[in-house]
Structure formats: structure tokens, C-alpha cells
Design a protein around this ligand. Structure first.
Ligand SMILES: Cc1ncc(C[n+]2csc(CCOP(=O)(O)OP(=O)(O)O)c2C)c(N)n1
Ligand SMILES: CC(=O)[C@@H](O)[C@H](O)COP(=O)(O)O
Ligand SMILES: [Mg+2]
Length: 643
């Protein structure tokens, strides 16, 4: 477990007096200002030993203190969008003693989580859900459910997603008291793109400040008294001028802002007034700085969005030893290579240019690369439109975020048989981000779609071939998946060669049991095979490459020549193994006594830990494969081989 030596911990006399947010009520505003400074120092110190999301939390330190000082949590509910900015909130809500276990096995989650604390009323990890959830709490209160205020804190990046607007539309119509704090730091993970982002910038660069905007639309009564004076002056000035309402006002919110989100006095005074006077939906537009107060984060291109462990004095991050290129970079380079030969290839990312490697593509082909913002649904249908228009779109998304665009995959892509290429990164278990980010379901939800081709790369050389396969496949949609992290270090091909659709590859011939591997568990399968050889068992090993279409001929042949078949994949039940089972059952193979086992992720949500530990818990590492082979053959032990 990580720790900070006592001598290196920041001095935090006020924070030391805070066990729970109720302790903030006895602090003066001056003490609250000091508390904010100490909370920032404690956050930096903690993340320096755990790694994790740093910049977003540093940007909301004053907001966190002000919200907890003014409202009565957990009766009042603060709903942090994404949840990646919640570390200061965790420190103030009874979790300081475990803050140096963030994102570790058995430690605190890196996001808000209902099961972790009553101060986390709603869990997150994916973006743009907070306003919907807050509205749900507000309406539950109106209908006699849990009392208290509902406050959504949502970033400018998350605000640009469709869900946020769906929620605003509904909230403005229902007209009930709820509060949205728009935390505008002009950053997503990368600098934000899009017209909405420019709109927010215009809101605070065009001139009118909070007094003027509030005056223009009658939100004056929500402003604290000193500001009301200014507002009245502003209203007088405005007489006769045509001042357009903000988009938020048009949607039925009282808009207050922009306010300086690091000015604690102003925040306290504003929130106190809103707390006593608000009757309907209110949006407070707070302007903040991502990474605020820690120079290395403020200077970094990503404003310290996510860091490895680091040295607090210098900001220097610990470098992971790497023996092989990451799958992400292999994908990106292969795509750039293909695109150099084919100018119809275009690429789409939903706010993850660095995470998907498409930053590399954008450097080389800026006109052919689109960052659509946090908008996975749009990304998929936009790619469908590009395909319908004659382009060859690669839609590069994390498996977990593709979930949000599923109807678009079915309705806009698959039914129309449009050749959208889905590059699915972060397939399988991802480690520290935990269950919300696990890429567990894409095989199941894609391979059940008629006409969809679904591939998984067993190593980085295979990935290069799959990029080439997707580029060459114009007949309909095609997807290929690959995990987070580095490859296996295999020799790389000069250039990708399109694979024959639906053909598996034989890796090692053996006897009695055949293991059909789909994806990067192949390495663990080969380790298991080596261990089994010592016991005189030599399984046949096949890299399936395709979950859809299956290599029927190869699978039926293996079934005819082996006593048992085992499938393994980094995905949930309902995917590759289920399709193999369906084939074997349809062909009556089970009637002849074939023994069959599927190794899939368990039917539980696996908590954050290292990816290796998560696969250990999922029982999908080499010792588990070895045990499964022995069990299916009825050889030796029953029980845990890993003693
Ligand atoms: C649906 C979804 N897509 C993508 C992401 C990845 N993601 C996490 S935080 C983030 C940027 C959020 O920007 P913003 O809301 O402005 O918050 P900030 O980090 O600037 O505080 C992105 C793209 C996600 N969590 N959920
Ligand atoms: C909060 C969030 O959704 C992202 O920041 C995510 O943690 C990135 O994951 P990777 O580190 O795998 O890119
Ligand atoms: Mg932002």
C-alpha cells in the first residue's frame, strides 16, 4: 500500500479538524480559505503516491469546500459528473484515512461510488449523467422521496454531450428546484472542440459579467446583496439594449455567471443566497483552471488530467518500464500507414485523441480526423454518414464508451450494412479505473448483430493485420478489439496484410483438448500449455481471430478430433464462447459426448485493481487455464492449482 512519509506530508491544521462536512459549519470564512489550501496540498500529496486523476480535482477544490460548507450533505446531494474530480470531496467526507489507497486493490475507487459512502449519492465514471441523476433526486423529493437539494457539478467537456442537454430540456420543463454547477475550465482531456465550447468562451469574454447577465433575465434575486447592487446598475444600463438570454435561460434555468470558481468568498456568498432563494432550476457558471495551484499540472498539456505517481517538488512522473509498444500506438501507426495509401480513410474520436492514438493521425491528416467531443452516439452515426457518403471511417472508441452508442451501431450502421470500422480500444479489464471502464461487453453486443464482423487481436502484429483487414473490408461493418497497455513484443510486420474473413489460425497442434483463444489471453494460454507439458498434457491451441463469422470448419474439425474444447476470451458471457456453443449444439456435436467449457469474465462487476489482479480474480490467468484443462480431462486435481 502506498504511503507518504510523515515528514513529507503537508501541514494541515484546519483539515485535521475536519472528519465530516458538518465540521465545516463551525469554521469561519477565513478558515475555510485556509482549508481549501490545505485540501489542495493534501490532494497533491495523495495523488503523488497513488497516481490518478489530478487536474480535475485541483480545479474544484474551492467549489468542493464551498458546496460542503453551505449545503448539508449527505441530506443534500452533490453529484459529481464523471467523478474523476472527487478526490477532494472524498477527503472531506470521512475517507481521508484511505485516500492513499485510491484506485488500488481493496482501496478507494477513483470515482464516486454509492457502496463506498453515503456522501456519494450517485456513482459515475462515464460522463454527462449528473444532471439527469440530480433531476431524478429533485423529482423524488417532490414526490415524497428523499428530502434535500440535488446539485450536479458538470464540466464543460461533459456538458457538450447529448445526455446533458436531454436532462436540461427535461429539467427546464419540470421547473423544480435543482442546481447545476457548470465547472468551465476550457478543457476536456484534450482541449475541447466544438461550437458549444466556443459558446461558453463567448459567454465570459463578451463583456457582461454575472451582474449584467443576471440582471438581463431577472435572476437578480438569486444574487447576494453586494452583487445585487451591481446587478441593478447593470439592469439600468441595459434598458433599451437587446440582450439575448443564454442558452441555459432559454431552456428554463436561472443562469448565474460567469463567476470565478477559485474565489471562495464569492462562491460562499453566491451559494448561500441560492440555497435560501432558489425556487426553480439554477445554473451557476463557474470558471476554473484545471490543475489549479500545482504548477507542473497547470503547465502540462493535459493540465494533469491523469498522472502516474510523481515527485511533488518537481512534478516528475514515475515511468513504467515498457518492453513493447502499446496496442494503442500500434493501432495508430498502422492506421496512419493505411491512410497514407488510401485517401478515403478518415478517423473519428469522441474526446479521446490521445487515449485512442488518433492524435498521431490528426498530425498527419488533420482534415481527415474528427474529434467530436464527448458524444459517442453522434460519433457512431457521424461515421455511418461518412461511410454512406463514400468514405472509409475508422471510429476509434474505448469499449466501455461504445456502450453509449449501441443503438446507433444497430440502427444506423448494422441495419444499413454500412462499412464503419470500429477500432475498440481498452477491450477487457483495464485496471485502476475499475468496473465502469471495463471493456467487458462489446463482443457480446456486437457479435449478435447480423452482418457484423468481429475480430480480436492476439498480439500487436495481429492488430496491424486487423487494421489492414478493416481497411479492405467494404462489404459492411467490422470491429476489432485490443486491450489497454503494451503488447507482447512480437516481431512486427512491415505492413498489414488483410486476413481472410472468418479464418482462425492454428498456433500449436496437440491432443485430447483444444483451446480456442479469442484475443490476448493467447499468451496466458501458451504459458498454461508449457506448464501442462510437464504433466504430459499437450493441448491444441488455436487463435480464433474472429468471433463472427466463426471458422466453422476449423471448430467442427477440432471437435471431431478432440475429447474436449475450451474457449477463452476477455469478455462477458454471451460472446465468442456462446457462439461456439451455439454452433456445436446446432451441429449436434454435443450428442457425441464432446466436453466443452467457456472461460469468460464472471457475472459480477470486478472492482478496481491492477489488470493482472483483476484477471486473477476472474480466474483467467495461466494457472486457471491449466486447472481448467485438467478438470475437463478429469486428470489429477480438482480444486485450486495455484496453492
Ligand atoms: C461517456 C464518456 N466518454 C468519455 C469519457 C472520458 N473522459 C473522462 S473525463 C473526460 C473529460 C471531461 O471534461 P470535463 O467534463 O470538462 O471535466 P474536466 O476534466 O475538465 O474537469 C473525458 C473525455 C468518459 N468518462 N465518459
Ligand atoms: C475519467 C476517464 O474516463 C478517463 O480519464 C479514463 O480514466 C482514461 O483511461 P485511460 O487511462 O485508459 O486512457
Ligand atoms: Mg473541463
Amino acid at each position: 500500500m502506498s504511503d507518504t512519509p510523515a515528514a513529507d506530508r503537508p501541514l494541515t491544521p484546519i483539515l485535521d479538524r475536519v472528519q465530516l462536512p458538518s465540521d465545516l459549519k463551525s469554521l469561519s470564512d477565513r478558515e475555510l480559505r485556509q482549508l481549501a489550501d490545505e485540501l489542495r496540498a493534501e490532494t497533491i500529496s495523495a495523488v503523488s503516491v497513488t497516481g490518478g486523476h489530478l487536474g480535475a480535482g485541483l480545479g474544484v477544490v474551492e467549489l468542493t469546500v464551498a458546496l460542503h460548507a453551505v449545503f448539508d450533505t449527505p441530506r443534500d446531494k452533490i453529484i459529481w459528473d464523471v467523478g474523476h474530480q472527487c478526490y477532494p470531496h472524498k477527503i472531506l467526507t470521512g475517507r481521508r484515512d484511505r485516500i492513499r489507497t485510491l484506485r488500488m486493490e481493496n482501496g478507494l475507487s477513483g470515482f464516486t461510488k454509492r457502496s463506498e459512502s453515503p456522501f456519494d449519492p450517485f456513482g459515475a465514471g462515464h460522463s454527462s449523467t449528473s444532471i439527469s441523476a440530480a433531476l431524478g433526486f429533485a423529482m423524488a423529493r417532490e414526490l415524497g422521496g428523499d428530502p434535500g437539494d440535488a446539485i450536479a457539478v458538470i464540466g464543460d467537456g461533459a456538458m457538450s454531450a447529448g445526455m446533458a442537454f436531454e436532462a436540461m430540456n427535461n429539467a427546464g420543463h419540470l421547473g423544480k428546484r435543482m442546481i447545476v454547477v457548470l465547472n468551465d475550465n476550457e478543457m476536456s482531456i484534450a482541449p475541447p472542440t466544438g461550437a458549444f465550447s466556443s459558446y461558453l468562451t463567448r459567454l465570459y469574454t463578451r463583456g457582461p459579467f454575472q451582474e449584467l447577465k443576471a440582471a438581463a433575465k431577472g435572476a437578480v434575486s438569486l444574487l447576494p446583496s453586494p452583487m445585487q447592487e451591481g446587478a441593478k446598475r447593470a439592469r439600468d444600463m441595459l434598458k433599451g439594449m437587446a440582450v439575448g438570454g443564454t442558452l441555459f435561460e432559454e431552456l428554463g434555468f436561472s443562469y448565474i455567471g460567469p463567476v470565478d470558481g477559485h474565489d471562495l468568498d464569492q462562491l460562499l456568498s453566491l451559494l448561500r443566497t441560492v440555497k435560501t432563494r432558489a425556487t426553480g432550476p439554477v445554473l451557476i457558471h463557474a470558471v476554473t483552471k484545471k490543475g489549479k495551484g500545482y504548477a507542473p499540472a497547470e503547465r502540462a498539456l493535459d493540465k494533469g488530467h491523469a498522472t502516474a505517481k510523481f515527485d511533488v517538488a518537481t512534478g516528475t512522473q514515475a515511468k513504467a518500464k515498457s518492453n513493447a509498444p502499446s496496442y494503442t500506438s500500434v493501432f495508430a501507426r498502422a492506421l496512419v500507414d493505411e491512410a497514407g495509401r488510401d485517401d478515403k480513410i478518415v478517423a473519428v474520436t469522441a474526446a479521446m485523441p490521445d487515449g485512442t492514438g488518433l492524435n498521431l493521425f490528426a498530425e498527419r491528416f488533420p482534415r481527415r480526423c474528427f474529434d467530436v467531443g464527448i458524444a459517442e452516439q453522434h460519433a457512431v452515426t457521424f461515421a455511418a454518414g461518412l461511410a454512406a457518403g463514400g468514405m472509409k471511417p475508422f471510429c476509434a472508441l474505448y469499449s466501455t464508451f461504445l456502450q453509449r452508442g449501441y443503438d446507433q451501431v444497430v440502427h444506423d450502421v448494422a441495419i444499413q450494412r454500412l462499412p464503419v470500422r470500429f477500432a475498440i480500444d481498452r477491450a477487457g479489464l483495464v485496471g485502476a479505473d475499475g468496473a465502469t471502464h471495463a471493456g467487458a461487453y462489446d463482443i457480446a453486443f456486437l457479435a449478435n448483430l447480423p452482418g457484423m464482423v468481429v475480430m480480436a487481436a492476439a498480439d500487436e502484429a495481429e492488430l496491424v493485420h486487423m487494421v489492414a483487414t478493416a481497411a479492405a473490408h467494404d462489404e459492411g461493418p467490422i470491429a476489432f478489439r485490443y486491450p489497454r497497455g503494451e503488447g507482447t513484443g512480437v516481431d512486427m510486420p512491415e505492413r498489414g496484410e488483410p486476413l481472410e474473413i472468418g479464418k482462425a489460425r492454428m498456433i500449436a497442434e496437440g491432443k485430447r483438448v483444444a483451446i480456442l483463444s479469442f484475443g490476448t489471453r493467447l499468451l496466458e494460454v501458451m504459458r498454461a500449455r508449457e506448464a501442462l507439458a510437464a504433466r504430459g498434457v499437450t493441448p491444441t491451441v488455436v487463435d480464433a481471430r474472429f468471433a463472427k463469422p466463426l471458422d466453422r470448419q476449423m471448430i467442427l474439425q477440432l471437435a471431431a478430433t478432440h475429447e474436449a474444447l475450451i474457449t477463452i476470451e476477455e469478455g462477458s458471457v454471451g460472446g465468442f464462447g456462446s457462439l461456439v456453443a451455439q454452433l456445436l449444439s446446432d451441429e449436434g456435436v454435443f450428442d457425441h459426448g464432446l466436453r466443452f467449457r467457456q472461460m469468460v469474465l464472471p457475472d459480477t462487476f470486478i472492482d478496481h485493481a491492477s489488470a493482472e489482479a483483476m484477471y486473477r480474480d476472474a480466474r483467467m490467468n495461466a494457472p486457471d487455464i491449466e486447472a481448467k484443462v485438467l478438470e475437463v480431462l478429469g486428470v489429477a486435481q480438482i480444486g485450486d492449482m495455484r496453492a
